[in-house]
Design a protein around this ligand. Structure first.
Ligand code: PEP
Length: 260
């Protein structure tokens, strides 16, 4: 049985007072929501990590960073933060390869692979984001694009390292667009990703590794998406900024865990 994971990617949103209200509501709401069945991780902007760390202290909510430097040694890398620094700041998690970073900040597959290694070397668990654009899907390249993203990011990692990775399938056309992959479309890709992982690290690893779905997950669609057998939770952007919506998504995941 894979434990579900629901992650909140705040992106470049939030202010101290709004963060405080949001986290307070999540802490209170999650306690009521038999959420022990689910790992819940928030990814605030780096500048708020120390604040949010204090706010989630003593709760079940874990902390992650939205980005990490591929450099491991301290030094002259203005504006960067290393994986060791995020660990030191209380993070257990980091997002790697989000489509916004690939598209807007030029992160290549080599950069993504280097960030995966930097995170794992520092004992951060990476959430590796992969997904196709609409043009790639319509042009029949979905499988090639997604499997290449998975293989290039994971191929230099040992099986013990791979077992600490979470994968997030996030079709680019569904992120922030209000369009969602249908539960069947998402399941099909998750199953394909699991087969790629099996080819790399064996069937046992493939059955253990968590693959979450991201792309306009909402309180209204979470239940059907999470009911799919290869979908182990969600990476949530927009809806994670509203406590009520994010709590409903966590509950949908916990309910599914209870059923499954
Ligand atoms: C994301 O940024 O990873 C994401 C899935 O965003 P949204 O839920 O807003 O589509």
């Amino acid at each position: 049985m894979r434990k579900a994971l629901v992650a909140a990617n705040w992106k470049m949103n939030g202010r101290r007072s709004a963060n405080e209200k949001l986290i307070a509501a999540l802490v209170a709401g999650l306690d009521q929501a038999k959420a022990g069945a689910v790992d819940v991780v928030v990814f605030p902007p780096a500048v708020y990590l120390a604040d949010v760390r204090q706010m989630v202290s003593g709760s079940m909510i874990e902390l992650g960073a939205q980005n990490v430097s591929l450099e491991s040694l301290d030094g002259a890398f203005t504006g960067e933060c290393s994986a060791q620094m995020f660990c030191d700041a209380g993070c257990g998690w980091v997002l790697v390869g989000h489509s916004e970073r690939r598209a807007m900040f030029g992160e290549t597959e080599d950069v993504v692979a280097a960030k995966m290694r930097a995170a794992l070397d520092a004992d951060l668990s990476p959430v590796l984001c992969v997904g196709e654009t609409l043009e790639q899907r319509q042009g029949g390249a979905l499988e090639q694009v997604v499997s290449s993203q998975v293989v290039s990011a994971l191929s230099s990692l040992s099986v013990p390292m791979l077992s600490r990775v979470v994968l997030a399938y996030e079709p680019v056309w569904a992120i922030g667009s209000g369009l969602t992959a249908s539960p069947e479309q998402a399941q099909e890709v998750h199953e394909m990703i699991r087969a790629v992982v099996a080819g790399m690290g064996g069937e046992e690893l493939a059955q253990k590794i968590r693959i979450v779905y991201g792309g306009s997950v909402s309180a209204a669609n979470a239940e059907l998406i999470f009911a799919q057998p290869d979908i182990d939770g969600g990476l949530v952007g927009g809806a994670s900024l509203k406590a009520e919506d994010f709590l409903a998504i966590c509950r949908a995941s916990a309910d599914q865990a209870a059923v499954g």
